[in-house]
Design a protein around this ligand. Structure first.
Ligand code: OOG
Ligand code: MG
Length: 248
């Protein structure tokens, strides 16, 4: 397990693709590898700032051929400022996808059935996620992608907004001013709050902390697109926009 975690960690650090993991790894083992990968990042000084959901929309499940909801971890080093630059050479084969991101206003104990994650959320913002599988050709199975911190790369967010009716907001991803993906927050499990409830269940099972101030990426509403030297913008109706620049 530690060897596999080190292989994935080095692939991320050096931006070099690595083969898929050996067959037969269980989901629990895959989360254990992910935790071991993150321990290496924490040991290098990074700090946990939240979690990210994956495969919460049909568009993503169909694109990647995986249909179970997965959870990964976000660190302070993955955060890019709105309008900031992303050095593409630090990534293997990055893609971008439009998301919304939540903020927790208080701690949630996912093992306590009375601790409600939806009411713990105090703000929402438009977000862009830069995903980057460490596996060759961006090909993986469920265990592989979980172990690889669910392809977590970088993320940027726009301004925080109060939680209003977020059940069906138009989502647009554009590249150099041209529309690339169109969707709705309704594509996220019918309503993004469902993604939060799924997160609480997985957090209880796999030992993810949910702390005040943590951020939660709800999972992309549309398929991802390749990220090259370009300006990528995500707009979510009523929430505003966020931009990142891919540079050499
Ligand atoms: C896995 C990450 C999925 C999402 O928003 O669905 C994800 C991948 O597609 O490589 O971040
Ligand atoms: Mg995502």
């Amino acid at each position: 397990m530690t060897t596999l975690a080190t292989r994935l960690h080095e692939a991320q650090r050096k931006a070099e693709a690595t083969p898929q993991l050996p067959a037969g790894i269980t989901i629990a083992e895959a989360y254990a590898i992910q935790h071991a990968v993150l321990e290496q990042r924490f040991a290098a000084g990074e700090r946990l700032v939240g979690t990210k959901l994956g495969f919460t929309s049909r568009a993503k499940m169909v694109q990647m051929g995986v249909s179970d909801i997965i959870v990964g971890q976000l660190t302070d080093a993955m955060r890019v400022e709105d309008g900031g630059e992303v050095r593409l050479s630090t990534l293997v084969h990055p893609r971008v996808e439009p998301e919304i991101i939540f903020r927790l206003g208080r701690d949630v104990d996912p093992t306590d059935p009375l601790s409600d994650i939806v009411s713990a959320v105090d703000a929402v913002a438009p977000a862009v996620e830069v995903i980057d599988s460490r596996y060759r050709d961006f090909k993986f199975n469920l265990a592989d992608v979980i172990a690889d911190n669910t392809s977590g790369g970088l993320f940027a967010l726009g301004g925080w907004q109060p939680i209003g009716d977020i059940g069906n907001l138009a989502v647009r991803l554009s590249v150099n001013g041209r529309d690339a993906q169109f969707g709705s927050t309704a594509a996220i499990l019918g309503h993004p709050f469902r993604a939060l409830r799924q997160l609480a269940g997985i957090a209880a099972r796999e030992g993810f902390p949910l702390k005040a101030g943590h951020v939660i990426l709800a999972g992309a509403a549309t398929a991802a697109v390749p990220f090259g030297k370009s300006v990528v913008r995500v707009e979510v109706a009523g929430l505003g926009s966020v931009t990142v620049h891919g540079v050499a």
